[in-house]
Design a protein around this ligand. Structure first.
Ligand SMILES: Cc1ncc(COP(=O)(O)O)c(C=O)c1O
Length: 391
């Protein structure tokens, strides 16, 4: 599988691992438990001495196909899965962080992760230091003071800031910290953090990987010894992925490269269009040469992704007129689907935070997060043009 290109891996990885029925797509195995007449074999599988399945909270044949897809696409030694992206984040953090340990991260993580850093981890006496996302020197300094985990997200949600994964992974290695990267926005088609020095990469599979807004899941891939630790925490914690959503996500992933190539191309066209529109003050898209993280993005990404955000000069009042005027965008909290989705951070990524907290993060109330779908780009441009007339 390693010699194939990503689009091929996405289709074929993991397929055929469910033996005996010659299925040409991933079978959905909705069995809670797996029976053994041979007690010795049952014992061996339970102890991990032999491959097999025992109980679907631990592993399940359909879920294993999906885990293999992300393992291969991220070029990892091992992978595991979760019921949601947030379960991937919280299970990973709580595996490696116990009382007295420290995590260094950035101020701009996804709202749910941010809530963990600000409210939950400190309750367990875990120290969190959140750095200015735009200041790599400050992040390096914070890491050099000593920490156990470095948690990165790039590009960030919703202002698409870009972090240099290679540079920050080197800084983390120097102090023996584990580097964990949320790769949800980029997807493995556009960016592979493990190849840039990270130890673990995670995804909200709910987004681009599934791609159709119809299933939730989380995935983690990386060094075997680390993935196994998180897997053991998750199997007891219980945030396991079920066979049905695993099938939906695996099915979505078969078209991942096609969708991402389309979304990369359309997003760049749309970002350039918005940049020169007189009702728009800022466009945040790493593919624009004017974006502060463009050079880093060019170095570490194979495409700039389908996510962008932009500010309307007219602020919140203009947002209220503009968003409902869009005909080709669901005004909804998610992203990464075949259909375009749009919304303000105050009802989407950063709904968990107060207006004051959003302000401190530099998220204006007039910002709109726009997740480009696979529609024809001319239709999307016309739709934006018409809606902007009302803003
Ligand atoms: C970058 C990022 N990471 C993680 C998550 C959490 O994923 P989920 O909603 O599947 O729990 C989200 C959700 O929007 C996200 O945007």
């Amino acid at each position: 599988m390693d010699s194939f290109k990503k689009g091929t891996k996405a289709v074929w990885a993991g397929e055929g691992s469910i033996k005996g029925i010659n299925a040409v797509t991933t079978p959905i195995v909705n069995s809670v438990a797996f029976a053994y007449n041979d007690l010795e074999e049952w014992y061996d599988v339970s102890k991990g001495n032999k491959e097999g399945f025992i109980y679907s909270r631990n592993t399940n044949p359909t879920v294993a196909v999906l885990e293999e897809k992300i393992r291969v696409l991220e070029g990892a030694e091992a992978a595991t899965s979760f019921s949601t992206g947030m379960a991937a984040i919280s299970n990973s953090l709580f595996t490696f962080l116990t009382a007295g340990k420290k995590v260094v991260s950035i101020k701009d993580t996804y709202g749910g992760a941010s809530k963990l850093f600000l409210d939950f981890l400190p309750k367990y006496n875990i120290e969190t230091e959140l750095c200015d996302t735009t200041d790599h020197d400050a992040i390096e300094t914070a890491i050099a003071k000593g920490c156990d985990v470095v948690y990165l997200e790039t590009p960030t949600n919703p202002t698409l800031k870009v972090l240099d994964i290679e540079r920050l992974s080197k800084a983390a290695k120097a102090v023996g910290a584990i580097v964990l990267v949320d790769n949800t926005f980029a997807t493995p088609i556009n960016q592979n953090p493990l190849q840039l020095g990270a130890d673990l990469v995670l995804h909200s599979a709910t987004k681009f990987l599934c791609g159709h807004s119809d299933a939730m899941g989380g995935l983690l891939a990386g060094k075997k010894e680390l993935v196994q630790q998180v897997f053991h925490f998750r199997e007891i914690n219980g945030a396991s992925l079920q066979a049905d959503p695993a099938y939906m996500i695996a099915r979505g992933m078969k078209t991942l490269e096609l969708r991402i190539e389309r979304q990369n191309a359309s997003a760049l066209i749309i970002a350039n269009y918005l940049k020169s529109h007189d009702k728009i003050s800022d466009v945040f898209y790493p593919g624009l040469s004017t974006h502060p993280g463009h050079e880093i993005a060019k170095k570490q990404m194979q495409g700039f992704g389908g996510m962008m955000s932009f500010s309307l000069k007219g602020g919140w009042e203009a947002v209220k007129k503009f968003l409902p005027a869009l005909k080709l965008a669901h005004l909804a909290a998610s992203l990464g689907s075949v259909s375009t989705l749009a919304g303000p951070p105050r009802t989407t990524s950063h709904v968990e935070l107060t207006e004051e907290q959003r302000k401190q993060l530099g998220i204006p109330e007039g910002l709109i997060r726009y997740s480009v779908g696979i529609e024809n780009v001319d239709d999307l441009l016309n739709d934006l043009e018409e809606a902007l007339k009302k803003a």
